[in-house]
Design a protein around this ligand. Structure first.
Ligand code: F6R
Length: 610
């Protein structure tokens, strides 16, 4: 997501900041900016787009000076633009602030500041921090920052400089990473280690609630309440390439491991007092909802598989008929669309040409458009009437993992929110769902524990020796089977098919013979017996079966050759957990076969052609 770099020392800050930001490019961003103190005042340069765009701008507005902060922004509050790019400042440009994270109470703070006469020039939550600094200025940078952070709720890593005290660079961390690089006659801050590795390998890691005050020769660490902290620096021994991946071998593995965080972030702020609240994001009223006679989920690939779950969830919870289509087929089947249609586009990138084309067609025919996307300000988001952002953070590996589980969370939130509005479910039932949703981050994390991962790895290494593999499941498990199969094909190039378990006997069973590997999912209690019968059918033909099931389900464990257990959860939410071992299975199968995990052949991350 966003990247922070700050420098104080005797060298020109501009090139160091730009170099540091370039090392954070892998995190994904849509605008960038610098603020540098030139001996008299703070100069700013900001640009939407890539660092190359910022560099081009800097050719005409040079920023000399030895104290500065820089930022790459991945839009959250407000679209990607020059105005919304960081650093942000106050009206007199006495302070400059860069920020990673989200200030949850920014709207109320902004309102108070506007009432006091402050004028905002961006749509960001960050700008309130700059205005608060100027509003609360008490003659000391450290104590003013301390006062301001007391008022902030949410997650933040901050870098702050001020014309009042240009011998200091101040950093604060709460739930958003920040490191301090200790050099000789110069010190730095960064949101991630690669940004400073060229200059120093000695770093302090800040903990939540820590603050650091940097001068060229000294770093003072304290808690935000001023209590001093004694801490040793640590020596970084890894290289830049490894650091970008947080020590993981591949982005895909890193992103699989980020799922508990991505799920938590997608839920954050959307459940209030035990109820789903999307009223800040959606303008759909109860009347609008009553007026919809159909919902269309439209997406491609992995996002389409999330749409299949969406159909199930919305129909079950909201009782409105739902259709789900792959976007490239949608327009050509002449779907029935009118102003009583709610069209839901799901797209990680928000730039997929097929999805965008289907969306535009539905819009032309009068449908209300809701986008579920991971990228603020993307084309799909801009075309939509309503947007739900999945807070998975940038996904770099071509094979989608954390975006998928975040899309599922968005779909569950939407289903529960609509069910609350239409009162189609009992209060008690709704509450049970909400409570269980909040458990999912921890349950997902338990599937990423070493002993679980090693088990999946050993099955993947063995089963990837085969040239063909089947995934079967019923109901929601069928949708997850499709996703597991797609993951495997994409990166390991093993032929695989996903089948509705009950459909095998209508033809595909002919392909099952001695030793053919079958991954059987059974997480849906009402379907468990039926699925086990289908597993017996493939076992009788000699298949080798790896079962994936909830801990409590004993039936499948008696039938399958091997078993992966997922934590017990409500049937509705099992896909979020069941998919994780399948993602790991594909990852380790790919490793076993020696292919490029993050960049599989013939595929692109964002497919902008129809
Ligand atoms: C598979 C994968 C693709 C995408 C599809 C849609 O791992 O990543 O199938 O899901 O290309 O992309 P978005 O979600 O960006 O529209």
């Amino acid at each position: 997501m966003c990247g922070i770099v700050g420098y104080i020392g005797s060298q020109e800050a501009q090139s160091i900041l730009l170099d540091g930001l370039s090392k954070l490019e892998y995190r994904g961003y849509d605008s960038a900016g610098l603020a540098i103190y030139n001996g008299e005042n703070i100069g700013f340069c900001k640009s939407q787009g890539r660092l190359a765009d910022l560099k081009q701008k800097l050719e005409t507005c040079l920023l000399p000076g030895n104290l500065g902060i820089g930022h790459t922004r991945w839009a959250t509050h407000g679209k990607p633009s020059d105005e919304n790019a960081h650093p942000h400042t106050d009206e007199q440009k006495m302070f400059a602030v860069v920020h990673n994270g989200i200030i949850e109470n920014y709207a109320e703070l902004k309102e108070e500041l506007i009432a006091k006469g402050h004028v905002f020039t961006s749509e960001t939550d960050t700008e309130v921090i700059a205005k608060l600094l100027s509003d609360h200025w008490d003659g000391s940078l450290v104590s003013t920052v301390q006062k301001v952070v007391q008022e902030l709720r949410g997650a933040y890593a901050l870098g702050i400089i001020s014309e009042y005290e240009p011998d200091k660079l101040v950093a604060v961390r709460l739930a958003s990473p920040l490191v301090i690089g200790v050099g000789k006659g110069e010190n730095m801050i960064a949101s991630d280690i690669p940004a400073i590795l060229k200059y120093t390998r000695d770093v302090y890691l800040l903990d939540d609630g820590d603050m650091a005050v940097l001068t060229p020769d000294h770093v003072q660490l304290m808690r935000v309440d001023g209590t001093p902290i004694e801490r040793e620096t640590i020596q970084i021994t890894w290289d830049v390439k490894q650091a970008e991946k947080d020590g993981y071998d591949h982005f895909m593995l890193k992103e699989i491991n980020e799922q508990p965080r991505a799920i938590r972030d997608t839920l954050a702020g959307r459940i209030k007092k035990g109820r789903v609240d999307l009223s800040n994001e959606l303008s759909i009223s109860k009347e609008d909802l009553k007026n919809f006679e159909r919902i269309h989920f439209v997406a491609c690939g992995t996002a389409y598989h999330a749409g299949m779950i969406g159909k199930y969830v919305l129909e079950k919870l909201v009782r409105i008929p739902v259709e789900v289509d792959v976007a490239s087929e949608y327009r050509y089947r002449e779907p029935i669309v009118n102003e009583r249609t709610l069209f839901v586009a799901i797209s990680q990138s928000g730039e997929t040409a097929d999805t965008l084309a289907a969306l535009k067609e539905a819009k032309r025919q009068g449908a209300r458009i809701l986008a579920i996307t991971n990228v603020v300000g993307s084309s799909v988001a801009r075309e939509a009437d309503e947007v739900i952002i999945t807070w998975a953070g940038p996904e770099i590996a071509v094979a989608s993992t954390k975006a998928y589980t975040s899309q599922l969370i968005a779909v569950y939130l939407l289903g529960i929110y609509f069910a609350q509005m239409l009162e189609t479910q009992s209060e008690q039932q709704l509450q049970t769902w909400v409570e269980e949703l909040l458990q999912l981050p921890d349950k997902a994390a338990s599937l990423l524990q070493p002993e679980q991962v090693e088990k999946v790895e050993s099955y993947a290494r063995e089963m990837s020796k085969h040239s063909s593999l089947f995934f079967i499941g019923r109901g929601l498990d069928y949708a997850v089977a499709l996703e597991g199969s797609l993951k495997l094909k994409e990166i390991s190039y093993i032929h695989s098919e996903a089948y509705a378990a009950g459909e095998l006997k209508h033809g595909t069973l002919a392909l099952i013979e001695e030793d053919v590997p079958v991954i059987a999912l059974s997480t849906q209690k009402v379907l468990a017996e039926k699925t086990v019968s289908n597993v017996q059918e493939v076992k009788a033909r000699g298949a080798y079966v790896l079962g994936v099931t909830n801990e409590a389900d004993a039936e499948l464990s008696k039938t399958a050759d091997e078993l992966i257990s997922i934590p017990a959860t409500l049937d509705l939410f099992a896909p979020v957990l069941a998919v994780i071992p399948l993602q790991l299975f594909a990852y380790y199968a790919c490793l076993q076969r020696g292919f490029d995990v993050d960049k599989p052949r013939n595929l692109a991350k964002s497919v902008t052609v129809e």
